[in-house]
Write a protein that binds this ligand. Structure first.
Ligand code: SF4
Length: 718
């Protein structure tokens, strides 16, 4: 009845979709969620939420939730089995593969969707307990470029900003980013900016954000590095360099100046397709701004030269002194709710807490923190995602454990990825749903609780730890990933190693010890309740910080429901970076050509990206909400320019075939001038899109270059 749904309590939980990290107020009845509203006073979203957040609870109720372990039988069918049988099978099959082919013949693929504590526990269990040398996160697909760029330029993977910078900047530059739909609450923060800011969007497509910008630089795909160097040259020539800052806090300015010297406005205009005037105007806007901020997402990251492009953005912020002050920064916006947690805690390509596997002192430190034999810690990084995939191809990887990710949909050149998954001797999928494209290929499915059915911390794009709470009972026998990892540890025979990991908050305390002395030190956080009281806390927050600082709160600022000062912190205010000499590096490279250009056979260039504010990744969750499904097309679509529609005799709304050298897909034509002539756009949320994409990677970060490949169109009259 209506009365039985009336809440008797509330709890605050950080949203489990995107990296914005909005606070959601969960309405409880007898400890169970009956509804939610955006948290009005959470310092991230200030009472706002996007449709995905509003629908967070509904997707948990889906009929295709994984409720029991499922094991493939002799007839090839998945059948329910007990947890005991599932865990026994998990251990026996993987151990048999290791015995026959070596410990490193089993690998894992993890995610940015589970809690920090779960990632940390998984890393400890898999790498130091089970001896799996190779494991990577799906964050390789979205954030690896930013990680490498920051590490090389700043000495640590350290996004410097806080969301207040959206409101305090008088020139915001979005490069390969569409926050209107990709990060809508961040865009709302831009709309709250009272400085009448210049908003410059660099994007080959006329996105929702580009349409709202004051300047849209609609450049040729992947000419962004040329444009950024031309802007850099212009900033230097026009006298907008902060020479005091450059001299005191950077290295490489002379080399940078020499490198960009040939990137004249005319040269850049010819390469980018923009007019020289547009390039000059953008440079002037950045140069004249009191506080300019530069933001990037997947248009930069998912590129074959993503790292050097990100560093060209970082260079601009550094030479103009736009770092460490309100409204500034070279700011990578991350994607998943806990991509940032994955970067610090997954133990995949960084050792636990962003330490270095190759450094003996780091291995000693982490061994002491975890109370394990240092010999259990490998002395080198494991393989990145693409190398694990290639390891399957050449037979070195025989067993794979996939946790909360869906490579059969999301990995580049999907047909190849699916064939490789079929080659495995044993594929385990641990997921909330038994129906993902990857789960359908699995030999064993471990049913996992979802967001709202377990607890832990996420780190958002501005480095803020926030807690998500258990407000609902998981269906059937589904267990929290944390519990599954502990159970696997016990069945594998390494339960003793995990004794201290009794629950997520105990895991958090271990993480705090590991963070001591690191740039991401969080030893000053008291406990989860402290995070709740503060509306989350940004790293670093060391014991020394806790004693000496008030997290930047202005006197008289409303505290709302939070009883401790609001944390708004940006990095590098003192000009000190995390490199050995405390100076940031200005790094440059020659732009390279696109790996696959349109030609006579495949004359169009395909762009990919997010399609709608109400979709998320491979739609594993968002497709379960009738409301979200109403808000976006249920069928794949391809955007094409009206001139191309005439050329190929394609009418709006009819089905067309899109094919590349890798595969073919059918999609509805969406005729629109949002794309340029000769280009098409397909959204990543439909499994058809990655049938077409090209396996190509940034050489430094190994991030896939999803954004560009050659395709052709054909009308299918139905
Ligand atoms: Fe959740 Fe992101 Fe939407 Fe906020 S913007 S409600 S974090 S999906």
């Amino acid at each position: 009845t209506h009365a039985s749904l009336r809440p008797d309590a509330t709890a605050t939980s950080v949203c489990g979709y995107c990296s914005t990290g909005c606070g959601l107020r969960i309405h409880l009845r007898d400890g169970q969620a009956v509804g939610l509203t955006p948290e009005t006073d959470y310092p991230v979203n200030l009472g706002m939420a996007c449709p995905k957040g509003w629908e967070s609870l509904r997707v948990l109720e889906s009929a295709d939730r994984a409720t029991h372990p499922l094991l493939r039988n002799a007839e090839g069918e998945l059948e329910p089995v007990s947890w005991d049988r599932a865990l026994t099978e998990f251990c026996e099959r993987f151990k048999a593969i290791q015995a026959a082919h070596g410990a490193d013949s089993v690998a894992f693929l993890s995610t940015g969707q589970i809690a920090c504590e779960e990632m940390a526990l998984l890393g400890v269990l898999a790498k130091f307990g089970m001896g799996l040398k190779h494991g990577d996160g799906n964050t390789r697909q979205c954030m690896a470029t930013a990680v490498t760029a920051y590490k090389e330029s700043f000495g640590f993977d350290a996004p410097p900003f806080t969301y207040e910078d959206f409101e305090q900047s008088d020139c915001l530059v979005f490069i390969g980013a569409n926050p209107c739909i990709g990060h809508p609450i961040m865009w709302e923060r831009v709309l709250r900016n009272q400085h009448a800011p210049e908003v410059i969007v660099v994007d080959p497509r006329s996105t929702e954000t580009a349409m709202a910008a004051t300047q849209h630089l609609q450049l040729r795909p992947k000419s962004d590095l040329v444009l950024l160097y031309a802007i850099t040259r212009q900033l230097i020539e026009s006298g907008y360099v902060d020479h005091d800052f450059v001299a005191a806090h950077t290295t490489g300015f002379r080399e940078l100046t020499q490198h960009v010297d040939s990137y004249t406005p005319e040269y850049a205009a010819a390469r980018t397709g923009l007019s020289a005037e547009k390039i000059l105007r953008a440079a002037e806007s950045i140069g004249q701004a009191k506080a300019a901020s530069l933001w990037w997402t997947m248009g930069v990251n998912q590129s074959y030269e993503g790292v050097r492009t990100a560093q060209a953005i970082i260079n601009i912020a550094l030479i103009t002194g736009n770092i460490g002050r309100p409204g500034t920064g070279a700011n990578s916006i991350t994607g998943q709710c806990n991509a940032m947690g994955s970067r610090l805690w997954s133990g995949t390509t960084n050792l636990f807490g962003h330490h270095d596997y190759a450094d003996p002192e780091h291995r000693e430190k982490i061994a002491a923190v975890l109370d394990i034999d240092p010999g259990k810690i490998p002395d080198e990084n494991g393989w990145s995602y693409d190398r694990i995939v290639e390891g399957i191809r050449c037979g070195k990887i025989r067993g794979l454990w996939v946790i909360a990710t869906n490579p059969a949909h999301s990995w580049i050149h999907q047909g190849d990825a699916r064939e490789l998954l079929d080659k495995l001797d044993f594929l385990v999928v641990q997921d909330m749903y038994a129906t993902t494209e990857t789960a359908r290929q699995a030999d064993l499915i471990l049913p996992a609780a979802g967001w709202g059915e377990k607890e832990g911390t996420f780190i958002n794009s501005e480095r803020r730890y926030g807690v998500h709470r258990r407000v609902r009972v998981a269906p059937g026998e589904a267990l929290a990933d944390f519990q599954i990892f502990r159970a696997i540890g016990a069945y594998w025979g390494v339960g003793e190693m995990l004794t201290e990991w009794t629950d997520p908050e105990a895991g958090f305390r271990i993480m705090q010890r590991a963070s001591r002395g690191q740039p991401c030190d969080i030893t000053g956080i008291e406990n989860y309740a402290h995070l709740d009281r503060c509306g989350g806390i940004q790293w670093p927050w060391s014991e020394a910080d806790a004693e000496t600082k008030s997290q930047g709160t202005q006197p008289g600022e409303s505290m709302g429901q939070y009883h401790t000062p609001r944390p708004h912190r940006r990095l590098f205010g003192n000009g000190e970076f995390f490199t050995p000499d405390r100076r940031a590096r200005l790094i440059v490279a020659e732009p390279r050509g696109m790996p696959e250009l349109p030609d006579a056979d495949f004359p169009m260039l395909m762009l990919t990206g997010r399609g709608s504010v109400s979709q998320w990744h491979t739609q594993t969750r968002t497709s379960k909400s009738p409301i979200l499904r109403e808000l976006y097309p249920n069928e794949p679509y391809v955007e094409l320019h009206p001139d191309d529609a005439s050329r190929y005799a394609i009418r709006n709304g009819e089905w067309v075939e899109v094919s590349s050298r890798r595969g073919r897909a059918e999609a509805r034509a969406l005729v629109s001038p949002t794309v340029r002539v000769g280009q098409v756009f397909m959204a990543m949320h439909y499994e058809e899109t990655n049938r077409l994409t090209l396996s190509h990677f940034d050489p430094y970060s190994r991030q896939p270059s999803y954004k560009n490949c050659a395709v052709r169109l054909r009308s299918i009259k139905q």
